[in-house]
Design a binder for this molecule. Sequence first.
Ligand SMILES: [Zn+2]
Length: 161
Amino acid sequence: MTVLLADPQIAAIPARENGDPLVDVTSFGLLYTGDGDAGRYVRHALALRLASAQAQLPGGIQLLIREGHRSPEDQEGIFSRYSQSLRREMPGLDEFSLRRLTSRFVSPIGVAPHVAGAAVDLTLADASGAPLWMGTPIDATPERAATRARSTPRTSARTRA
Ligand SMILES: [Zn+2]
């Protein structure tokens, strides 16, 4: 069973600032290719875990950080835009269902870990920094990812088109 961050039981857990500073992931030997500078920052404890994970990857493969810290305004914007796109696709959806469906992919501001610098969007890259193909683009919505997940590899899908 999936429990969303937006679940009332999760949202009821109080969040407290622990004083762990935001640090630049590149200073931990991690590759960052996100938009703007804010996304290169994460909490120090998270940067240590990412560096540890990277050290355990096979040779020639590295983590590629796309976004860590995110402003509250950006979080609200992403949530709102995705919610609106779901509304267009499913105009009969009630507000509760729309919020729940949106929350599968984007955390509401009250529980959004990116805003705290406590989450990263990442993928794997080769030694040159080129992202490895994971079956869908890194920001694929659940709708697109699910569709792609059931499909055959991209080269096969292309030849069938
Ligand atoms: Zn994320």
